[in-house]
Design a protein around this ligand. Structure first.
Ligand code: TRP
Length: 448
């Protein structure tokens, strides 16, 4: 990506950037704890189902809209329907980018702190750590500043090159950890929890959680793929690109579960620990592993890098919007948006015990999510807003822009699309909006 409206240097550059956006804390931190909270294997199957029937076809649509309009989410909609209220879906996306980044950056800060904890060989208590206000705010500020520095300096030289090296290393490390974790005594029960479905565990809340997690993990529903698609050339194949991204993303999430659940049951811990799950289990795993502290420090470095390629993409959406639509100076606006996000994120940083008020915030009812501010932000921006955004955008793309025009755009560079074209048109016009709508209604208790 360049300062001017640029293009990816190569197809592989795009795949890495988009996969880098998709693969992040969502796969290794969020996926395992959501699976744990929602009863295990049945949720995993539901998740994979949503990735294939909703996530992928919807990703084609966002990429096509971006590449066709060469704009950020607001500009893309405006280019098709100038001056209409559809633009608000774009504004929602921009706001959601800031909203997600504000709590995601806090977790990314925890991750950086663990590099140090592992390196010095003393993870200490997790609850004391995350309730230390100054330390957590400092780590959060550091991570947001690092993100801004990279978005400021341009993405292609540094981050693209590094992620091409570090992502394969992460993959190898995960494979080794899967092997290690599954050799622990008592790990079999964990594997069963993770892979043997019990369909009675599926409820309305589970279904929204699975769909929300699919959108979150694949970076869909807020126009990120519109923005990244806008830097894509007409020669590139949207279909194969999206399939690669979806496959890698799902693979990494499944692998994280294959480490966590066997280890967790072997240690006699509960899968329902919530957001702290991986921060408690991974250090314990490293502590009992030969040479584990070095492996642990290395693991948290890689996890921080994975988080960084995601935070970059989150910051890129509001920045692209301000540059395209408000003619902002790119270098300056990066820091302004980052500073704003930091301020919005402070309550999340304080919501894990440091401040009683933010820890027991509880504006969103308990049947939907935990009371702490961070979980509430994660629910509003990381689940609800993405599903709602995808609902509006799929209608916009299927009906207002038109499924035929969108299909033509997808087909450019992907001739094989003609075979599934009618199916895709049905999906984007009817299936995706209907399913997402029903799930949203259910969320508001309409079917209770
Ligand atoms: N997908 C990322 C993860 O799994 C998080 C993320 C980055 C994201 N950019 C996004 C989520 C855009 C939704 C939309 O960690």
């Amino acid at each position: 990506m360049q300062t001017e409206r640029g293009q990816w240097s190569s197809k592989i550059g795009f795949i890495f950037a988009a996969a880098g956006s998709a693969i992040g804390l969502g796969n290794i931190w969020r996926f395992p704890y959501v699976v744990g909270e929602n009863g295990g294997a049945a949720f995993v199957l539901l998740y994979i189902f949503f990735v294939i029937v909703i996530g992928l076809p919807y990703m084609f649509a966002e990429l096509a809209l971006g590449r066709s309009s060469q704009r950020n989410p607001v500009g893309a909609i405006d280019a098709i329907k100038p001056g209409s209220t559809w633009k608000w879906a774009g504004y929602l996306g921009v706001l959601t980018g800031v909203g997600i980044l504000s709590f995601y950056g806090v977790i990314a800060g925890w991750t950086v702190g663990y590099i140090y904890k592992m390196a010095v060989g003393n993870p200490g208590g997790f609850n004391e750590y995350i309730s230390d206000p100054w330390l957590i705010i400092l780590l959060f500020a550091f991570f947001i500043a690092l993100t801004a520095l990279i978005v400021h300096g341009g993405v292609e030289g540094g981050i693209e090159r590094w992620s091409k090296i570090l992502m394969p290393v992460l993959l190898i490390l995960l494979i080794s950890l899967i092997i290690y974790s599954n050799t622990l005594e008592g790990s079999g029960k964990g594997l069963a929890f993770y892979l043997k479905p019990d369909f009675s565990k599926i409820t309305g809340k589970t279904i929204l959680a699975a769909l929300g997690q699919a959108f979150f993990s694949m970076s869909l529903g807020m126009g990120l793929m519109i923005t990244y698609g806008s830097y894509l050339s007409k020669k590139e194949n949207i279909i194969s690109g999206a399939i690669y991204i979806g496959m890698f993303d799902t693979l990494i999430a499944i692998m994280a579960g294959l480490i966590i659940f066997p280890a967790l049951f072997a240690m006699g811990e509960s899968p329902e620990a919530g957001p702290k799950l991986v921060f408690v289990i991974f250090p314990k795993l490293f502590a009992q592993m030969p040479g584990g502290l070095i492996v642990g420090a290395f693991f948290f470095i890689l996890l921080s890098v994975a988080a960084l390629t995601s935070t970059i993409s989150l910051l890129e959406v509001p920045v692209a919007f301000m540059v395209d639509e408000k003619k902002a100076n790119r270098k300056r606006i990066v820091w302004i948006v980052a500073a704003l996000t930091f301020i919005i994120g402070i309550p999340s940083a304080l919501s894990q015990g440091a401040s009683d008020f933010f820890t027991n915030f509880g504006l969103i009812p308990a049947r939907l999510t935990s009371p702490d501010f961070l979980s509430q932000m994660s629910f509003v921006f990381g689940d609800f807003s993405l599903a709602f955004g995808a609902f509006i955008l799929s209608i916009f793309i299927g009906w207002v822009w038109g499924a035929n025009k969108a299909s033509d755009e997808i087909q450019t560079g992907a001739p094989g699309f003609s075979k599934i074209r009618p199916l895709w048109i049905f999906m984007i016009r009817f299936f995706i909006p209907a399913v997402v709508f029903i799930i949203l209604l259910n969320l508001f208790g309409v079917f209770d």
